[in-house]
Design a protein around this ligand. Structure first.
Ligand code: KDG
Length: 318
């Protein structure tokens, strides 16, 4: 069985029962979510053995985060419980003011995860690991977090563990293009599998897709696969070893909550990659997982199994 470790912040997601402006919402569903954890849980649901590194508050929400990871089968020996800082929370606003678009409001400043430090990275859990996964959110949370993620990269270098990185730019954490480039550079340089999106590429390089791809390729010195998510236009993957490029269109589904779709995409792509599927098939499973996830609220609950993916693809590819 392939083994993967992820690292990042997991928060409580408050998702309103109804669509519309947040200030008028009175009824909320409580979910648990966080980009890297969503990716890891997608992989766990697809038969990969997973562990997660994070820190949660010594509070009710921290308990929910840990029990969610455990109930999905992810190992929590890398999860710290911080008595001094709380578990982060965020609120979702769906379909307002732009129909089908989601906006998030974070209450994560000073959260337990943002105090994760190098000392919290226990090298022993990297034993026999095939892949380490992190995204641009974690190094953007704080300098401490960035150093913790850099320590994980160092361990991967020594143990020859592959790295998957998603640029996952959160403008409210990274502010501007230069800060984003400076913060993310070592991660983009180190990743063998690099995920990004058209929005992130535009934010980083302020140019058209073709020139942005050339720009990121220059930085991504060790990338074997460059995967670009294009939202409603589907996705593409450049196999930088063979020079071949692959595309897959998106599946036409009703969008209920677009949050977490990119994570489901990454998780399914990586699980398929670790199971030695072709790049073309990895893209197909990834696009299907993304589509299934936008059809429901919550980031973790809609993540599909192999059986779900096969059923979905059978119907939509008919
Ligand atoms: O990828 C979905 C995420 O945006 C969400 O679950 C919360 O991790 C999160 C973040 O930082 O936005």
């Amino acid at each position: 069985m392939k083994k993967v470790i992820g690292m990042g912040e997991i928060m409580i997601q408050m998702n309103p029962v109804e669509k519309g402006a947040l200030k008028y919402q009175t009824l909320f569903e409580r979910h648990v979510a966080g980009s890297e954890a969503n990716i890891i849980i997608q992989m766990q649901k697809l038969g990969i053995q997973t562990s997660f590194i994070t820190s949660v508050g010594e509070d009710q929400f921290g308990e929910v985060v840990i029990s969610t990871l455990r109930s999905e089968g992810t190992d929590t020996s890398g999860v710290k419980v911080d008595p001094e800082h709380p578990t982060g929370v965020y609120f979702v606003q769906r379909s307002y003011p732009i129909p089908k678009k989601t906006k998030v409001f974070y209450y994560r400043k000073g959260s337990a995860a943002s105090f994760l430090s190098q000392e919290d990275i226990d090298e022993s859990i990297f034993e026999d690991v095939d892949l380490f996964l992190v995204s641009g959110i974690t190094p953007a949370l704080s300098e401490k977090c960035r150093n913790a993620a850099l320590k994980a990269l160092e361990i991967c270098e020594r143990k020859r563990i592959k790295v998957a990185f998603d640029t996952n730019i959160r403008v409210n954490l990274l502010q501007n293009r230069q800060k984003a480039l400076d913060t993310l550079l070592p991660f983009i340089q180190r990743a063998q599998i690099l995920f990004t999106g058209i929005g992130d590429l535009y934010f980083l390089f302020e140019s058209d897709l073709a020139s942005s791809i050339e720009n990121i390729k220059k930085i991504a010195e060790r990338a074997e696969l460059l995967v670009i998510k294009k939202g409603e236009e589907g996705a593409m993957c450049l196999d930088l070893n063979s020079g071949k490029s692959f595309e897959h269109s998106s599946y036409p589904v009703e969008v209920i909550d677009e949050l977490g779709a990119g994570d489901a995409f990454d998780g399914a792509f990586l699980a398929a990659y670790l199971e030695n599927y072709s790049v073309k098939e990895c893209l197909k499973f990834a696009c299907a997982a993304g589509a299934i996830t936008v059809s429901l609220k919550g980031d973790i609950e809609p993540l599909p199994s192999w059986r779900d993916l096969e059923l979905f693809i059978e119907i939509f590819d008919k």
